[in-house]
Design a protein around this ligand. Structure first.
Ligand SMILES: *[C@@H]1O[C@H](CO)[C@@H](O)[C@H](O)[C@H]1NC(C)=O
Ligand SMILES: *[C@@H]1O[C@H](CO)[C@@H](O)[C@H](O)[C@H]1NC(C)=O
Ligand SMILES: *[C@@H]1O[C@H](CO)[C@@H](O)[C@H](O)[C@H]1NC(C)=O
Ligand SMILES: *[C@@H]1O[C@H](CO)[C@@H](O)[C@H](O)[C@H]1NC(C)=O
Length: 575
């Protein structure tokens, strides 16, 4: 609770005293401290389903789902409907509760969705047409593909998941997906699956998988290489990180194009020693790409959480950053303000910040396997000089441990949900109850003090249909900045207008500490032109990425950024 107080108190003597107390507490153990940047809001005390997996779609609704076989959730299926699935492990006789929900951001309301087979620890991609394609799961859901359309209009309250039984060639439980330039999903790994495959398949009866020795090589007795981190490089190859090292895969020829060195001391960074990873923002017409991997847990940590001598080992506080396009790449190590396992890394729309949020300061992913939540997010600023990149943020009071997740919303907030380190929904008698709540973390750029600098996109309309764009074409944007309008009347034009950039961001499928398909591109922008007769209003044109390798087809959010303050995004559809 003290942590929360610090987060919410302005600089004051009390703040200083608390900070000193916390500094002492911190020095005496691993309990992380917190700063004062950003703000937490509780959006919903309970949406009835714990947010193990989340994906924002271009109707500004977030598809949320959990596993289906831990008993009843706290959200009833509509109209007295029940799921009777004899292969269901917990309630084979019938389950009348929902295990998926659609959260409407503007209405701050959720409605139940129906999934039949088990979606536990699965993965997903948004297809080029905007449909969520979820793959894999457990038990009767191991090889299934499920699609969730973008609901709206007359079917807005009735549309739901469809399932395809045995659509995949292999069981995919703890696998990772990455959308490819041709719009298909690349699906890699899963428990005891040392292979990859593609979905959808040209021939539905195609049951072939491609073996991947790298996953055998990086497997250890605790596994520690599940949910590999995958990023589409600017050369079209796939950067794949598992356990403590990475390769560049030419998936078209099934050839390893490059082998990267081991990250630092070899400590594992993938599930259950879950760290997280992002492809850092790409510059216009990029010639370089960098990956950042943060947190994780030392080897042996997962085993230590089991048995009678159960202990929670402090998590890793290090990040590794690597130029994946470099012919002789090397990891550069940086240290976070606090250790973190099961954190999530989310690219913020200003292109200048990465949020590192959720998770614990000790233990690992797994049932009852962590003891010290890390309540305070950290912001990482990749362009600052080393040593000046991390900044601790205000803390929440809600533990977001195993099975928590986070996605970026179009308004720049982070939607934070989930956390259930138990095999069932347990609300009492446990230290970290199952979380059905949703919170929003608003980064500092959303502070009121930035309101005068905040750009607002006027055209295309942020509430209209997504703008259709093609590769290499120009998107004209008109936006306003309140500070400029004010000052202009007094004579001095352009006041409050800093460097203008335009970013384009693919929303992620987030689960188990990895935001799949997340991608941020800076677009090339022309000169910002003041619109005559409309104080504080400007035109700017942005050039769309040249190829589908840079930006696979689909829906992206586009933001105008004034200095470091982003506008609300607009949806664009690139094909
Ligand atoms: C969930 O439902 C149970 C049983 O109806 C109830 O005791 C509990 O308070 C609910 N919890 C939440 C977080 O909604
Ligand atoms: C973890 O435990 C398993 C089974 O008990 C054992 O096979 C394995 O060697 C242990 N791994 C480590 C890293 O201690
Ligand atoms: C959680 O609830 C289930 C079902 O009510 C119970 O069997 C289990 O022991 C509980 N787990 C914990 C960790 O208390
Ligand atoms: C700004 O854009 C609008 C709409 O596309 C256009 O009519 C106007 O001429 C532009 N003005 C300037 C100064 O570029």
């Amino acid at each position: 609770m003290e942590l929360r107080l610090v987060g919410e108190t302005r600089a004051s003597r009390r703040h200083l005293v608390l900070l000193l107390l916390l500094a002492c507490a911190y020095a005496s153990g691993i309990a992380p401290a917190s700063g004062s940047g950003g703000r937490w809001d509780l959006l919903q005390r309970s949406i009835g389903v714990s947010a193990m997996h989340m994906q924002l779609l271009h109707n500004d609704r977030v598809i949320i789902f959990d596993r289906t076989d831990f008993g009843r959730s706290n959200l009833s299926l509509p109209g007295g409907r029940c799921r009777v699935n004899p292969r269901e492990r917990a309630l084979p006789g019938g389950d009348c509760t929902a295990h998926s929900a659609e959260y409407d951001v503007a209405a701050n309301a959720a409605r139940p969705l129906f999934v039949f087979t088990d979606t536990w620890c699965s993965s997903g991609t948004v297809a080029p047409d905007g449909t969520l394609v979820q793959t894999g799961g457990w038990n009767d859901g191991y090889r299934n593909a499920r699609t969730m359309p973008v609901c709206g209009g007359s079917d807005g309250k009735s549309c739901d998941w469809s399932e395809k039984q045995d659509a995949l060639a292999a069981n995919r439980w703890y696998a990772t997906n990455q959308i490819l330039p041709d719009g298909r999903a690349f699906i890699i790994g899963g428990r005891r699956q040392f292979s990859y495959e593609f979905y959808p398949k040209a021939d539905p009866s195609d049951t072939s998988v491609i073996q991947m020795p790298f996953l055998v090589q990086t497997r250890d007795p605790e596994e520690n290489n599940l949910y590999p981190f995958v990023h589409l490089n600017i050369d079209g190859n796939l950067f794949i990180f598992a356990k403590n090292r990475a390769i560049l895969l030419d998936y078209k020829r099934n050839k390893v194009a490059r082998t990267y060195p081991v990250l630092a001391d070899g400590d594992p960074r993938n599930y259950p020693s879950s760290g997280s990873s992002v492809l850092l923002p790409l510059k216009p017409n990029p010639t370089e790409a960098e990956v950042l991997v943060c947190g994780g847990a030392p080897s042996g940590s997962y085993n230590s959480t089991k048995g009678s001598a159960r202990t929670f080992v402090p998590a890793l506080a290090t990040c590794g950053r690597i130029k994946i396009t470099d012919p002789s790449p090397a990891w550069v190590i940086e240290t976070m303000p606090s250790p973190r396992v099961m954190g999530d890394m989310i690219l913020l729309p200003n292109g200048a910040e990465v949020a590192i949020i959720n998770g614990a300061a000790d233990g690992t992913a797994g049932w009852e396997a962590a003891g010290t939540p890390n309540y305070a997010p950290v912001i990482y600023r990749p362009d600052r000089s080393p040593g000046d990149r991390f900044e601790e943020q205000a803390a929440t009071g809600v533990a977001r441990l195993y099975h928590s997740s986070v996605v970026l919303l179009r308004d720049g907030r982070l939607l934070v949900g989930g956390s259930n380190p138990h095999t069932y929904y347990n609300f009492s008698g446990v230290e970290f109850p199952t979380e059905l709540s949703l919170e929003a973390f608003s980064p500092e750029y959303l502070d009121q003090s930035n309101d005068m600098l905040r750009p607002r996109i006027l055209d295309p309309s942020p509430v209209g249909a997504a703008s259709s764009v093609s590769y290499g074409t120009t998107l004209k944007l008109q936006f306003s900045v309140p500070a400029s309008a004010r000052r202009r009347r007094g004579g001095a034009g352009g006041f409050g207008l800093g460097e203008v950039s335009v970013t384009m961001l693919a929303p992620s499928f987030t689960t188990h500490s990895f935001a799949m398909n997340q991608r941020l591109l800076f677009l090339e922008v022309g000169k910002t032109a003041a619109v005559r007769g409309r104080a504080g209003t400007y035109n700017v044109s942005a050039t769309m990425p040249a190829t589908a390798v840079l930006a696979p087809p689909g829906y992206y959010m586009v933001f105008v950024v004034n200095g470091h303050v982003p506008s609300e995004g607009i949806w664009v559809h690139i094909q």
